[in-house]
Design a protein around this ligand. Structure first.
Ligand SMILES: C[S@@+](CC[C@H](N)C(=O)[O-])C[C@H]1O[C@@H](n2cnc3c(N)ncnc32)[C@H](O)[C@@H]1O
Length: 288
């Protein structure tokens, strides 16, 4: 079992909640349930269909399907990493629903299913972790039946509010240097987290042959008081187990003393203030 594989379940269970208090954790869980419902709504699942939750992690989408359809659909939990499948298996063993569920360890760029096997394919926050998106859409297209639906939710991180937009430039030493560094690494074409937009996903799906492609970009605005610990955690919480923290990204440009000084100035500039953040997300539906 690889380190990344072990770390993905830890990241899903613990790391992603690291900088949140109880209220924020509950808000995030409620938000995840609403995202799940939106993706399931787009997938338009019906009794008797073959459905897959790809990059299932701890099974957010798949367990939503089971809650609604129990064994009236064939459900595949699929992930590149075995520990995520083990996690889903453990959760499943505590439910009544045992039949008609399969587990498939598979990379989305090389899905171990025959052509046209599935009626529905779903992902949530998986493409954002894969550098080359086009081969993934080609595979999703291949494993769907004609008329089959792909439904998904992806954060469009490249278009989110940046640090340099939040702070007051007069209060940050070397503001322009940090702004330029952030701009560069947030637009890095080799970084899976930021190397795509809603438009590029749309194009990828059309290239694969999907028709009726809908990528609904939503701008989510939030306002909250930024506390010191939360701000510090923005810099040291990895966005994925195999990805650099924000602090590590800045360390590629500046020495540690300079980065720590920048982080301190950001904290002093923002702490206990109301900040306004815009996050971008895409709800996706495409038909084969
Ligand atoms: C942010 S988690 C999302 C998990 C789950 N879909 C959810 O909504 O909670 C990303 C998932 O993508 C999986 N993943 C990353 N790269 C993958 C790949 N190339 N093929 C299949 N799964 C992958 C990870 O193992 C992890 O479970």
């Amino acid at each position: 079992m690889s380190e990344i594989c072990k770390n993905w379940s830890t990241w899903l269970k613990k790391t992603r909640f690291a900088y949140m208090d109880e209220v924020q954790i509950q808000q995030t869980l409620n938000w995840l349930l609403s995202v799940r419902n939106q993706v399931l709504g787009l997938a338009d699942i019906k009794d008797g269909l073959k459905v897959a939750d790809f990059g299932c992690g701890s099974g957010l989408l798949g367990f939503g399907v089971l809650e609604k359809f129990e064994d009236r659909v064939e459900l595949i939990f699929s992930d590149k990493f075995q520990d995520c499948l083990d996690e889903c298996q453990k959760i499943l063993s505590n439910t009544e629903c045992k039949s008609n569920v399969k587990f498939l360890q598979s990379d989305l760029a090389d899905i171990k299913l025959e052509n046209g096997y599935l009626d529905r394919a779903m992902t949530r926050s998986v493409l954002v972790h894969i550098k080359e998106k086009q081969p993934v859409f080609d595979e999703l297209y291949r494993v769907l039946k004609d008329g089959g639906i792909y439904a998904s939710f992806e954060p469009i991180i490249s278009q989110n509010t940046r640090y340099y937009e939040l702070v007051d430039s007069d209060n940050i030493s070397c503001y322009n240097e940090f702004k330029n560094a952030e701009k560069e690494f947030m637009e890095n074409p080799l970084d899976p987290l930021v190397n795509f937009t809603a438009e590029s996903l749309d194009k990828n799906m059309e290239n694969s042959g999907f028709s009726d492609v809908k990528v609904n970009l939503q701008k989510v605005k939030s306002e909250y008081v930024a506390h010191k610990d939360a701000i510090l955690n923005w810099f040291i919480t990895p966005p994925a187990p195999d990805q650099k923290t924000m602090k590590e990204r800045f360390l590629a440009y500046f020495d540690e003393k300079k980065v720590d000084n920048f982080i301190n100035e950001v904290v002093l500039n923002l702490k206990d203030k109301m900040i306004k953040i815009e996050s971008n997300v895409a709800l996706i539906k495409a038909v084969k």
